[in-house]
Design a protein around this ligand. Structure first.
Ligand SMILES: Nc1ncnc2c1ncn2[C@@H]1O[C@H](COP(=O)(O)OP(=O)(O)OP(=O)(O)O)[C@@H](O)[C@H]1O
Ligand SMILES: Nc1nc2c(c(=O)[nH]1)N=C(CO)CN2
Length: 188
């Protein structure tokens, strides 16, 4: 009798090496210094070029008033990228910081200072963590510049610990976010 392979019996060899789950992640991108749109486009490209990461959606671009930014700061362009990844949270944050550095991000220590590029990790699957990074991102639930573009590409999304983003949007309706349909980010 020929034996049919049973997919539920995993050979020990296939468990050696690094087997990591694929999880959904959301990255929030922002820029209020320099060539904002081309910087965001470069960031999307760099994210898409990351091994073990697959971009699923890139949101529309929003022009947004700075929240908690120093007096006189320019408005931001914000967008989000939804992706699947086998990377863990620390790897994703390292990659985000490396991409920020490539685009000349400077850190003087002034809170919310103008920046060429900011990439925040908003969620990674259901992960809840108080480490570095903190997950979900501790201020995502109160930021229209994150929730609005995310809602455009994933209207049913849930922010773990806070609920559906559609519901969270009502509480941030006072924040000025304007969709810029004249600007688009290619998924690459
Ligand atoms: N989920 C997260 N995403 C990004 N950075 C995080 C996260 N959790 C913790 N951090 C830490 O926050 C530090 C400051 O990040 P950053 O300079 O980008 O802050 P910010 O963008 O100015 O402010 P905010 O954190 O309010 O968006 C980073 O060095 C990073 O280690
Ligand atoms: N509109 C807007 N405001 C902000 C932003 C941002 O990306 N957009 N980022 C901040 C710190 O990450 C603080 N305030």
């Amino acid at each position: 009798m020929t034996e049919t392979p049973n997919p539920y019996i995993v050979d020990a060899d296939t468990l050696t090496g690094e087997m990591r789950p694929i999880r959904k992640a959301v990255l929030a991108l922002g820029s209020n210094l320099g060539e904002r749109l081309s910087t965001l486009q470069g960031a999307v490209q760099a994210i898409a070029d990351t091994p073990d990461l697959w971009v699923q959606a890139v949101s529309p671009v929003y022009e947004t008033d700075g929240i908690g930014t120093p007096e006189g700061s320019d408005t931001f362009l914000n967008a989000v990228v939804v992706l699947d990844t086998a990377l863990n949270a620390e790897m994703l944050l390292d990659r985000a910081h490396a991409i920020e550095d490539t685009y000349g991000r400077e850190r003087s220590g002034t809170p919310n200072e103008p920046r060429t590029l900011d990439i925040d990790l908003i969620v990674l699957g259901e992960t809840a963590s108080q480490g570095d990074p903190i997950l979900p991102h501790p201020r995502a639930s109160e930021r229209a510049f994150v929730l609005k573009p995310w809602h455009d590409v994933e209207p049913e999304a849930v922010l773990p610990g806070h609920g559906p983003i559609a519901g969270l949007l009502a509480a941030v309706s006072g924040q000025v976010v304007r969709r810029r349909d004249d600007l688009t980010l290619r998924e690459e």
